[in-house]
Design a binder for this molecule. Structure first.
Ligand code: COD
Ligand code: ATP
Length: 229
């Protein structure tokens, strides 16, 4: 199985690229969706977060007030680290379950869309790693217009992540999304060709079909050995 890492900065265009992968039939595991699920009312992540941050961060219906928790953690690095520490095991486990489901289905190439791929050290699970880069001014403008946020709030979210230039230096493949959507689509086509190359032997052995082949080979090898001895 080939697990492609997809990362970048906030509002750099990961979801836009994820949608292109999905449109080409490549399944995507979205870490933001997993992170939302592990914070739903009554889950293990919810219990830990309420115990640490108090009931003040809850809405009347008992769900976490995401806007309020966001304001708290993006303006205070200590609280953000605490939230990350509390949720990291649930998020990793949730991602692993999604990958397992796709493995069982027999998918051979999948994409992990994880904003904090490097920060959470999940980069070791993925190869190649695609980083969506965008110039800082464009990133700020897109974030503010998408979320309707003020400059200060948008900057605090951007600064909560590893600098995008550092992420770019760790990438196997870089997509520069500073320009138009047409330019993005053009780069995407090249990336698609690269990531859909035939699997290496190791990637094949890590796929469901590879595991079945290994299992059958062992089974028949043992059967033949028993007959001949
Ligand atoms: C703080 C929360 C409640 C704010 O929710 P909100 O709906 O406003 O934002 P959303 O979850 O849609 O995230 C939007 C983007 O913010 C960035 N982001 C989210 N969490 C973090 C974080 N802990 N550190 C840095 N950037 C983050 C990501 O780029 C993400 O794509 C939420 O982001 C959260 O629970 N974060 C912790 C879980 C986490 O690490 N998520 C990232 C998945 S790897
Ligand atoms: N090339 C582009 N030209 C113009 N707008 C773009 C381009 N690429 C993405 N956008 C817009 O920029 C915003 C951010 O893109 P997107 O939501 O894909 O980023 P993201 O990296 O997934 O963000 P997050 O980290 O918050 O999940 C969206 O409103 C999207 O429509």
């Amino acid at each position: 199985m080939r697990i492609v890492g997809l990362t970048g900065g906030i509002a750099s265009g990961k979801s836009t690229v994820s949608n292109l992968f999905k449109a080409h039939g490549i399944p995507v595991v979205d870490a933001d969706i997993v992170a939302r699920n592990v914070l739903k009312k009554g889950t293990g992540g919810w219990k830990k977060v309420v115990a640490a941050f108090g009931e003040d961060i809850l809405l009347d219906n008992g769900e976490v007030d995401r806007a309020k928790l966001g304001q708290t953690v993006f303006s205070d690095p200590g609280k953000r680290q605490l939230l990350n520490r509390l949720l990291a095991p649930f998020i990793s486990c949730g991602i692993l379950m999604e990958v397992l489901k796709l493995w069982i289905k027999g998918c051979s190439i999948i994409v992990l869309d994880v904003p904090l791929l490097f920060e959470a050290k999940m980069d070791k699970w993925t190869k190649p790693i695609v980083v969506i880069w965008v110039d800082p001014e464009t990133q700020l403008q897109r974030l503010m217009s998408r979320d309707g946020s003020m400059e200060e709030e948008a900057k605090s979210r951007i600064n909560a992540q590893m600098p995008l230039d550092l992420k770019r230096s760790k990438a196997d493949i870089v997509i520069d999304n500073t320009s138009s959507l047409e330019a993005l689509h053009e780069q995407f086509q090249k990336v698609l060709t690269q990531i859909t190359k035939p699997l290496t032997w190791t990637e094949f052995m890590l796929s469901r079909n590879g595991a079945f082949l290994a299992l059958f080979s062992t089974f028949f090898g043992v059967a033949i050995f028993r007959r001949s001895s």
